[in-house]
Design a protein around this ligand. Sequence first.
Ligand code: DGL
Length: 267
Amino acid sequence: MIGVFDSGYGGLTIFRDIEKKLPQYSYIYLGDNARAPYGDLSQKLIYQYSQKAVDYLMAEGCQLIIFACNTASAMALRKLQQEYLPAKYPGKNVLGVIRPLVESVVELAQRSRVGVMATASTVKSEAYVNEFSHLDCSIEVFQESCPLLVPLIEASRENSPETNIILTEYIRPLKRVGLDTVVLGCTHYGFLQEAIEKSFGVNVRVLRSGQIIADKLADYLKRHPEYNHPVQNPTQTFLTTGDNKKFDQAAQKFLGRAINSLTIKLK
Ligand code: DGL
């Protein structure tokens, strides 16, 4: 069983590509919609909420969890991997999204000026800046925090005129610096992929995070047989800490099929 975790709907933009690429596994998606957005919370709270999500998904039988959330990947993942998992869940693992996205940029032929759009926490953590400087310090990174986008997407207003106006304002300074590549450093922004691509124009590559994470996960599972458990009749369970009817509507819009999520409580 593979767990996919996000603060809310954003992880669906990753899950959609994972299930397409790897349909032979069972999944549990968990969105902490009741407490989203995480992007402006303290590191302590983001760690605490992420840890509770890990506990819940592990108790449901996950061996491997994908943090389909940049904010949790930036603020909680390392500590969980280094301290919590070895003590509490030896032999189980949690993977994030930042390292694989940075690796995929570094693998591109043309990627010397890279923009990162992300939540305030992710920008402040400098997680992207640090990963880039480890892998290729010649790449110049320009970060832009976009704090109003997640609340709008959680309110299902991604196609509204106000979202468009706000998005244009966030993109303006990034356009000015002349980028060749843009990373959507928040999985929620996948809901705005087309609008962001259109705004940057054809000369800027806006990475498709879902496809990249799905490819990297397929590769990881090949290299780690201990987590590689395809099943005959795969199942998909959707859990939210928020309103499950609202979750079903948002998920249906994005996944293109009806789902029946359950509301759960994370302590
Ligand atoms: N989707 C998340 C991310 O990738 C979390 C955003 C939030 O809750 O603020 O950062």
